[in-house]
Design a binder for this molecule. Sequence first.
Ligand SMILES: CC(C)(COP(=O)(O)OP(=O)(O)OC[C@H]1O[C@@H](n2cnc3c(N)ncnc32)[C@H](O)[C@@H]1OP(=O)(O)O)[C@@H](O)C(=O)NCCC(=O)NCCS
Length: 199
Amino acid sequence: MIYNNTMQIRDAQPSDKQAVLEFCKETFSWGDYIADVWDSWILQGNLFVAVENDTPIGLSHLVFRDNRQAWLEGIRVHPNHRRKGYGRKIISYCESIANSKTIRMIIESDNTPSIDLARSMGYDIEDWWRLYALVPKKETSSVVTASDVNQVSRFVSSNTYVDSWKWLPLENPDLEELIQQKRILLSAQNGRILAKQRL
Ligand SMILES: CC(C)(COP(=O)(O)OP(=O)(O)OC[C@H]1O[C@@H](n2cnc3c(N)ncnc32)[C@H](O)[C@@H]1OP(=O)(O)O)[C@@H](O)C(=O)NCCC(=O)NCCS
């Protein structure tokens, strides 16, 4: 746990949920996704809250992916408590937990506060990720979950994949795990597999 005059950072507890979701309702123009991930992040661990008088006013989730990398996602500071240095303290806290592993985060290119915060702490832009949305053709297709790597490998042209706000390596063991979790869908027409999608 770290302290400044009034703010502390500690592990999140299930009982923090309501207060966190209260200040994470309208983070972005479209809302926020913290309500959808809170329960799984609590289970995964390394979910931290910044608190004043034990009331949550900040959040972050640190994810370790094997020994190679750590990802920081869901950094939030209550709108009434911004520009007090709390965002910086939350990141510093996560850095101390990550114990000199390289930390990465995905930030939307128009999120100036967050980009400036990261830059002010010495983070560099490593890569750009462009998000495209496609409208499906109105043709009937059937969807099944993938059952083995050979079915999907020809559709995989990248050695990374995006999971929430993390960009993770995608190698055969990762594909196998995703298949086991039934998180890879295949789209077929007349029995011919045409595309894959990860849940
Ligand atoms: C981004 C966010 C976490 C910053 O939290 P914060 O507590 O206000 O940040 P800090 O007070 O620690 O600011 C540290 C530095 O970040 C930069 N920064 C923070 N807010 C900024 C803003 N609105 N505009 C420009 N730079 C900003 C500045 O360099 C600042 O240093 P300074 O105050 O000495 O100029 C907060 O604005 C937030 O919760 N935003 C919505 C959620 C979000 O975008 N999360 C990140 C997703 S990747």
